[in-house]
Design a protein around this ligand. Structure first.
Ligand code: PRP
Length: 184
């Protein structure tokens, strides 16, 4: 399906193919299934970028679990760097007390968004609170946060596709691409 989407003018290179993504996501799902056996698991997806990762990951998780969504915005439309300002757009539907929460993110960059989320969620007394990210842009970290499951450590390049947007578009690509650097 994605092959008919013309992104040539924006795409510098493909960083992670559909096959690479799906293979790694299956591995993560298998690990999570072992780690959360017998536990009351809730996958907390951070919108919007995490949505494709969540839907593929949960199909590889064999333990019963719930899902819920939060929308947190840390980047303005068209902005490629974090603003450092985190805004809650949508909170969880239910209390998380006594549940094992696994936050599902598409990417961690500065760490500001997840640091804020952890501080917000800890006082709600979950049984545990862990993080699973598909992509980890570790060089950009300004706030240290514990990351429990990482799909791929990646370099500091602007990436899009598979949930991640390029000016709000192309989230539907089945691969992760590196965006061309815009002309000055
Ligand atoms: C992205 C990503 C994380 C955050 C990571 O979301 O999904 O939530 O940025 O950046 P940080 O580690 O520097 O805080 P974005 O604000 O782009 O929203 P979106 O998922 O709706 O595209």
């Amino acid at each position: 399906m994605s092959s008919i989407i013309n992104v040539d003018s924006y795409l510098d290179e493909i960083l992670l193919t559909e096959e690479e993504l799906q293979t790694r996501i299956a591995e993560l799902g298998a690990r999570i299934s072992v780690d959360y056996k017998g536990r009351n698991l809730l996958l907390l997806c951070v919108l919007k970028g995490g949505v494709l990762f969540l839907t593929d990951l949960m199909r590889h998780i064999t333990v019963p679990h719930e899902i819920d969504f939060m929308a947190v915005s840390s980047y303005g439309r068209g902005v490629r760097e974090t603003t450092g300002v985190v805004r809650i757009v949508k909170d969880l539907d239910e209390p998380i007390e006594s549940k094992h929460i696994l936050i599902v993110e598409d990417i961690i960059d500065s760490g500001v968004t997840l640091s804020y989320l952890l501080q917000l969620l800890m006082p709600r007394n979950p049984a545990s609170l862990k993080i699973c990210t598909l992509l980890n842009k570790w060089q950009k970290r300004t706030v240290e946060i514990p990351v429990d499951y990482v799909g791929f450590d990646i370099e500091d390049k602007f990436v899009f596709g598979y949930g991640l947007d390029l000016d709000e578009r192309y989230r539907n690509l089945s691969y992760i691409g590196v965006a061309k650097v815009p002309a000055e």
